[in-house]
Design a protein around this ligand. Sequence first.
Ligand SMILES: Nc1ncnc2c1ncn2[C@@H]1O[C@H](COP(=O)(O)OP(=O)(O)OP(=O)(O)O)[C@@H](O)[C@H]1O
Length: 239
Amino acid sequence: MIETRELTKRYGRATAVDRLHLRIRPGEVYGFLGLNGAGKSTTIRMLLGMTRPTAGTVRLFDRDDPDWSRVGYLVDGAHAYPGLTVRENLEIVRRLRRMPDRTAVDRAVALFGLDAHGDRRAGTLSLGNAQRLGLAKAVLHRPDLLVLDEPANGLDPAGIVELRGILRRLAREEGTAILVSSHILAEVARTADRIGVIDRGRKLTEFPATELPRCTCGAEDLEDVFLRLLNEHRQAEPA
Ligand SMILES: Nc1ncnc2c1ncn2[C@@H]1O[C@H](COP(=O)(O)OP(=O)(O)OP(=O)(O)O)[C@@H](O)[C@H]1O
């Protein structure tokens, strides 16, 4: 349902994303891994129509002309109106999305454990709670595709576990396709169904999260796998 073909972004002579093929199915959580500067955010921006590809295509929901009302996202950190409360921020999103269901705000507040902060001004929230608000805004309208760039930023360990549960539930119960980029490798291993590793704009490998032990070749964990893959790739293809 979400597919990129030969997706490429060049900035001058530098190639940020290089002929990337991605496919994410409904109900699938896709973990997108890469070092700083690997090309994750650029890919995400192209998926969301925020950056025009130099070459290649993005197809969302099997259409060339995407229906953005079916997409939710959290990129570049959580943004909110700082002078408005958590509920007011969510209420604005509800109206902008033309959602008749007035209980949507309450549901989102509860889903992200923001009950105690509903009447606080967003500008006074801790980083983790601001991130929760950003996530609540992203899923308020029950999108079919959810794109999250480093969603665990600022969350405490309990928040990270909660986020995992929420993403798994959205995928399983609502059939949401979820792309999540992260540096927290162990967390991606627990959250994602499939994992793709990108380096210098190119997809190095992709594997089901359940097959992680089989592709470790003696590696201790995903972090180890990731570093081995990068080393192998960089030895094979020096910059
Ligand atoms: N607007 C831009 N102009 C020029 N180069 C850019 C621009 N945006 C990104 N790049 C370059 O493209 C490459 C990929 O960057 P990108 O932000 O997509 O990586 P990333 O994997 O998201 O990294 P990080 O984990 O640090 O956020 C980097 O070399 C970056 O410097």
